[in-house]
Design a protein around this ligand. Structure first.
Ligand code: SGN
Ligand code: CA
Length: 519
C-alpha cells in the first residue's frame, strides 16, 4: 500500500474509533445516569420553602423539587447523624449495618454498601464533606475528602485519601462545594459518576457565613403551635434535655459572649482568623448589648432565644441553599443536567421550636420525617409530589435500580423508582423506626410504627412506656391516647403490625423488649 493509501486507512480507522467512542458515551449516558446526592445535616423541612415554610426561602432546593419531585412523606430509620448515613449507604436498618448511635465504634466498611456495587458497574464514586462514621478507612469511594467528626464551620480540616489531613481557609459550606467542583473537573469523563456531597450545615451551633450574618435580623418568626408544651401524658418528652428554654446555651449556642476571652474559648470561634473573628464578634456584641439593656426573663427570654436560634439557623441554611444552587449551575454549565440524578435530603429532620425544642432523635414527626427532593430528567415528571411513604433506607436500592447495577439480596429498602412509573406502585403502608442512643439530650431509646393515621411508640431503658397518637386528630402529637379505652383497642391492632415489621426486618433486640409486657 502506498503512503496515501495508508493515510486513508489510518484516517478511516480513527473515524471508526471516534464514532465507536461517541456511541459508547451516548449509550452510557442514556443507560446509566450520573448521581449527585447532596446530604445536609439537621435541615428541617419547616425551613424549606418547597414545603411551604413560614420562615424562609430556599430557591435552589425548590428548583430541584420544581424540576423533579418533592417527597412529602420521606422518613428515616433512626433519627441521628451517623446512623442515618450508615442506613443510606447500606440500605439496611441500624441493627443490620451495626451503626446504631453516634457514640459507639466506627462503621464497618467491610459490608455491602451501594457505592461498591456502583463501582462494580463502572461508576466513579466520591464522598466530599461530612460523613461522620468514625475513623475507619472508607471503602467504596475512589475519592474522599472528609471533615473529621462533626467538622468546623470556619477554616475546617479535611482528611483525604491516605489519611492526609489538611486545613482549608474559609467557610465550610463553600469549601465543600469548591472541592466537589474540583473533583468533578478532574474525574474520568468516560465513566458515569456518583458524588455524595455531605454538608455540615445546618448542624449546631448554626454559625453563618460572614455575608449572611444579619440576614434575618429584622425578621420576627411565628412560634410553632406547640412551642409551649407541658409534656403531660408523655414521660419521654418530659425527661428530654433538648429544650430552647433549659438546654440551649446563651454563649455556646447563641454566641452571647461576656467577653472576648469567653468567645476565644468557643470551638466555633477558636479557628477563625482575625478578620473572620472581628466580623463575627462585632455582629454578636451589638445583639448582646441590646439584650443586657432589656433584662428579659421568663417567657420573654425563651422567645428571645427562639428568635436568635432561628436567625442563626436560617442564615446558616441560606449558604447551604446557595451552594446547592452552585452545584445545579455547574451541572448546567457542563451539560450534565439531563443525565444526572440529583437528590437533596437531610440526615433527619429537626425541631424548629416545636414542643419547645431544638435537636432531633424522637419518632415524633419533625425529626422522624426528613426533607427530600429529587430530579431525574426523563424519569421523574417535573413538579411531581410524592405522598407515598419512602425512607432513607430506600436510597441505596433506588440508585442501584437507576444505575441498573447489581442489587444485593440483603437490602431492606425498596427502590422508589416504581412510584414514577405509569402504573404507580405504592411501596409500603407502614413505617418502622428504631432509635438507640441513650446519652446527650436524654432521649429515651424507642421503636415504633407509623401508619397513615396512627403512630405507636414503645420507649425503653430510660423510660418504659407506650405512646399512641391519632395523627388525624392530633397532628402536633400532644395527646398520648394509649391509656384510653379507644387507644387500647387501636394499639392492639397496631401491635400486631409492629410485631410483623420487627420480624420482617429481623430486629431481635426490639422483639425481646416488645414481648415484655408493660402498660
Ligand atoms: C453533637 C451536638 C448535639 C447533637 C449531636 C448529634 N452537641 O453532640 O446537640 O445532638 O451532635 O448530632 S454539640 O455541642 O457538639 O453541638 S448529629 O447530627 O451528629 O447526629
Ligand atoms: Ca444530623
Amino acid at each position: 500500500m502506498n503512503t496515501t493509501g495508508r493515510t486513508v486507512w489510518a484516517v478511516l480507522a480513527m473515524l471508526v474509533l471516534m464514532v465507536a467512542g461517541h456511541l459508547r458515551a451516548a449509550a452510557q449516558s442514556t443507560a446509566r445516569p450520573n448521581i449527585v446526592v447532596i446530604l445536609s445535616d439537621d435541615h428541617a423541612y419547616q425551613a424549606i420553602s418547597a414545603y411551604g415554610s413560614r420562615l424562609t426561602q430556599t430557591p435552589h432546593i425548590d428548583r430541584i423539587a420544581r424540576e423533579g419531585a418533592l417527597f412529602n412523606k420521606a422518613y428515616v430509620t433512626n433519627s441521628i447523624c451517623g446512623p442515618s448515613r450508615a442506613t443510606i449507604l447500606s440500605g439496611r436498618y441500624s441493627h443490620k449495618n451495626g451503626f446504631k448511635d453516634n457514640v459507639q465504634s466506627d462503621f464497618n466498611f467491610n459490608q455491602h454498601i451501594f457505592v461498591k456495587d456502583l463501582q462494580q458497574a463502572g461508576y466513579q464514586t466520591a464522598w466530599i464533606g461530612k460523613m461522620h462514621l468514625g475513623d475507619s478507612t472508607p471503602q467504596g469511594f475512589d475519592y474522599y475528602n472528609l471533615l473529621p467528626g462533626q467538622g468546623h464551620y470556619y477554616n475546617p480540616d479535611f482528611i483525604g485519601v491516605g489519611k492526609v489531613r489538611k486545613q482549608y481557609h474559609g467557610y465550610v459550606t463553600n469549601i465543600i462545594t469548591d472541592l466537589s467542583e474540583q473533583w468533578l473537573n478532574g474525574r474520568d469523563k468516560d465513566k458515569p459518576f456518583c458524588l455524595v456531597i455531605g454538608h455540615k450545615a445546618t448542624h449546631r451551633v448554626w454559625m453563618p457565613d460572614l455575608p449572611d450574618l444579619g440576614l434575618f435580623e429584622n425578621k420576627t418568626f411565628p412560634l410553632p403551635a406547640n412551642f409551649y408544651d407541658n409534656y403531660a401524658t408523655r414521660k419521654a418528652a418530659m425527661v428530654q434535655d433538648m429544650s430552647i428554654d433549659k438546654t440551649m446555651l446563651m454563649d455556646y449556642d447563641l454566641k452571647m459572649y461576656d467577653s472576648v476571652a469567653v468567645a476565644d474559648r468557643q470551638a466555633a470561634v477558636k479557628r477563625m482568623d482575625a478578620v473572620q473573628k472581628k466580623t463575627v464578634l462585632d455582629h454578636y456584641k451589638k445583639i448582646y448589648d441590646d439584650l443586657k439593656a432589656r433584662k428579659l426573663s421568663g417567657k420573654e427570654l425563651v422567645e428571645w432565644k427562639y428568635q436568635r436560634y432561628l436567625r442563626d439557623y436560617l442564615a446558616t441554611a441560606a449558604s447551604l441553599d446557595r451552594n446547592i444552587g452552585r452545584v445545579l449551575d455547574y451541572l448546567d454549565q457542563h451539560d450534565l443536567t439531563k443525565n444526572t440524578i440529583v437528590i437533596y435530603l437531610s440526615d433527619q429532620g429537626f425541631y424548629m421550636g416545636e414542643h419547645g425544642w431544638f435537636d432531633k432523635r424522637f419518632m415524633y414527626e419533625e425529626s422522624f420525617r426528613t426533607p427530600m427532593v429529587m430530579r431525574y430528567p426523563g424519569v421523574i415528571k417535573p413538579g411531581s409530589k410524592v405522598n407515598d411513604f419512602v425512607m432513607n433506607l430506600d436510597i441505596a436500592p433506588t440508585l442501584l435500580d437507576a444505575a441498573k447495577a447489581n442489587k444485593p439480596a440483603d437490602l431492606q429498602g425498596l427502590s422508589f423508582l416504581p412510584l414514577f412509573n405509569k402504573g404507580h406502585h405504592a411501596t409500603r403502608d407502614a413505617l418502622y423506626y428504631h432509635y438507640y442512643e441513650n446519652g446527650e439530650h436524654a432521649v429515651s431509646p424507642h421503636f415504633g410504627i407509623k401508619t397513615k393515621r396512627y403512630k405507636l411508640i414503645r420507649f425503653y431503658k430510660r423510660v418504659e412506656s407506650w405512646e399512641l397518637f391519632d395523627l388525624e386528630k392530633d397532628p402536633h402529637e400532644l395527646n398520648n391516647i394509649y391509656p384510653t379505652p379507644k387507644g387500647k383497642e387501636v394499639a392492639a391492632g397496631l401491635k400486631k403490625q409492629l410485631a410483623a415489621l420487627i420480624d420482617q426486618y429481623e430486629d431481635t433486640e426490639a422483639k425481646v423488649i416488645f414481648e415484655q409486657s408493660i402498660e
